[in-house]
Write a protein that binds this ligand. Sequence first.
Ligand SMILES: *Cc1c(COP(=O)(O)O)cnc(C)c1O
Length: 377
Amino acid sequence: MIHNIPYHSLEKTNQEIKKELMDSFRDVVKGNWFILGKYLARFEEAFAKYLEVSYAIGVGNGFDGLKIALRSLPLAQKDEILIPALTFSASILAALETGIHPKLVDINPKSGLLDPKKAEQKLNVNSRAIMPVHLYGNPCDMDAILQMAESVQLYVIEDFAQSVGARYRGKPTGSMGIINATSFYPVKPLGCLGDGGMITTDDPELKDLCARFRNYGYSDKYQLDSTGYNSRLDEIQAAFLSIKLQYIEKWQREREMIAKRYIQNLAGMDKISLLESGIYAKPAYHIFPIRIRARDKLRNFLAEKGIETQIHYPIPPHLQPGLKFLGYKPGDLPATEEFCRTELSLPIYTGLRLQQVDLICEHIVAFFKKNNSNPVS
Ligand SMILES: *Cc1c(COP(=O)(O)O)cnc(C)c1O
């Protein structure tokens, strides 16, 4: 029997709020104002409040958010920023685009997140910043990171593109660095219906700088104070996001139920490792990774049954052809490389039913039974 379970689907969430989305679209069209208007101002205010920060600055996408946030800090060429080796390449590209040097730090294999101890070993006279990435929606060990950052004077900038809604000891991810950035790419924990991103900070000067950089460098209508970018969150997306923000906790709880069901079903299996996410963590449940040696075989087996999975990420950034010039070679970041060889992301999204989760788990069990006489190691 072919099940037809996609890895991800936005159908249920968008259906649930379709009328509200359509109404707000009509309102924006009626207002005839599409860039830097009242819908963005309203959403920035609501998002800042939700994140428990003073300011939120809407930008065109998460990548631009990271670039503009980094640009607002007093960083110069030769300065180094510590970045976890396991992340979406955009985190690293943002540093490169800003003209600073990304120093990649290996992960804690149990959490898949930046290992503060390994970060400490990479410190040198050029270290100026650190970018914790709350990958898969799991918050990094922020106390350890903030403590180290304070003791050696590093700027902390959180990449919370995968973790809107997650909390670390009660604090929202994206509220703990001096400046932080997230993405509203459609499938992220808070996604719009196109591209979008946000910068958060408590610092009024950094807020002003980012508001300027997103608008070419203009501080008001006619005065250009510096060079900059064109990267603004448009009114239509801001209006959609204001609606979706009201559902974020509900949808997160639904994903939490799915994650707990997977854990319940898979926890005892000795050939599978689940991610550990710290007692301090309230995850956003963006991605549900399992780790298994026979990853590709299991992925094909599930695909044959109509169960779609993904890999985050099959090639670590430091081994991507486009980043070869950084000079890394296989074996340099072993925990990250091992993770990329064994990671498999199972379906998790609003609208995925618990029976479907059980079914996926039954097939995983069946896979091991079938391969028992033929060890998959
Ligand atoms: C998605 C993502 C980004 C980039 O966001 P875009 O909106 O796609 O530009 C950056 N960092 C991480 C960790 C991401 O997952």
